[in-house]
Design a protein around this ligand. Sequence first.
Ligand code: DGL
Length: 264
Amino acid sequence: MAEKHLPIAVFDSGLGGVSVLKELIRALPNENFIYFGDTANAPYGVKSAERVRELTFSVYERLKARGIKAFVIACNTATSVAVAHLREKYPQDIIVGVEPALKPAVLSMEHPTVAVLATPLTLKEEKFGALLQRFETEARVIPFACPGLVEFVERGEVTGERLHTFLEELFAPLKDEKLDAIVLGCTHYPFVKSKISSVLGDNVKIFDGSCGTARETRRRLEANGLLSDATNKGRVIFIDSSHPNEENASGSTLVKFGGEYLCS
Ligand code: DGL
């Protein structure tokens, strides 16, 4: 069994998982974290399920060998294709995934119309199909793939005219749908939440699953007696696969962007 002093690993294809890391730090301020952004292979959402599973396993095994007490897959795409396989191979380990926050969106009002924004691969997978089936009688759910949006976030382009035009064109088919709510089913999208609102309308409620993931991670650690007993604030090590020899990849977009986001 893992030990309490070990760090919690947080993994995404790139920067997106920083939106989950932020909530994890809020929920678990005394824990140490290793954030692994596989920026060399981003985006995942347009790759095959097999390839994303292989990449996820390789990151997991690398971090497990280094010593971690939990693995948070802060990526809807990687969760969809790999979480069940990882848990099957490593049944003793704490492996937490994310999923689109459809439940709170559906429960927010009587039979709402909800668009779930996610990567093409997330929406294609069986896991999403099962989630959809659970709620299809209680809401009108529109799965909506957003290819290309992750790349804006990876570049750090989270404001500006080009992003606005891209979103106007992307969301054109949603304009007449009278949406009540939007679910951010990709951890990159919270970075462009205000832009999404400005294009789809400020009155449309937006849901994302980061807080739920942080709560679930805390619950699993607590249940296994693995919460840190440190009283000082924890630290975060960033690993960026585009800079394999630089742990903190200083100067990389990941650290700069992550740092800014965490401070905001
Ligand atoms: N952040 C990811 C997700 O939640 C993956 C995005 C990508 O690399 O395509 O789905």
